[in-house]
Design a protein. Sequence first.
Length: 214
Amino acid sequence: MAGDAYRELSPEEEERYETAYDLIEELRGCGVDFRLVDGRVRYRPASRVSEHGKAELGRCKAEVYELLREEAELEAAHESRLANQPEMDLLPDHEYEEFSELPVDKQQALFEWIEESLEVSPECIEADRRDSYQLKHIFERSPEGFYILDEQFRCALWLSGFSGRRYPGKRYEDLETRYYYVRPSIHGLVRKLVDAGVPSEWAWDALCHPRGGG
């Protein structure tokens, strides 16, 4: 809509834009990735898009394209600004002070989760890209997790050696943590085995002390 930014949309156009926006959000939530290629919208995997979804994408294809194009332009502008930022700002004093307010046992639990759960992804797969705010919520949902302030989690990342760059002007001063793989929680795996009827001791032994073949 960039060229027609001030043109009043008809009710039909407004409906198509709303439908296009909702479709993009819904399908992304299902793991569908969108790309603009040679002026056309491409998405994958197609198997995750229902026949109704495909029909709606076709009906609103101009609006879907326009929304994705504007999004790409904004992201490119943001990446350009980000490229000029330092690799890592100094740890702000207020974040360290917030972290220091955590009980020592919670600090240790957080450090252990970061050490056991995070590693740099060997490939730059967009699905593996995380920022500190997303990682904070993954931690909170883990079996050993608990509620934590954004500043406290960012400080723990910094102290654990996971560097990144602060998003200029983005929410919560997120850190761009590049590409990270979040390992499955061993506690969660044990819980699944126990729920399936495996004795707790056997589950821990199998996961913590795997035996090689032969």
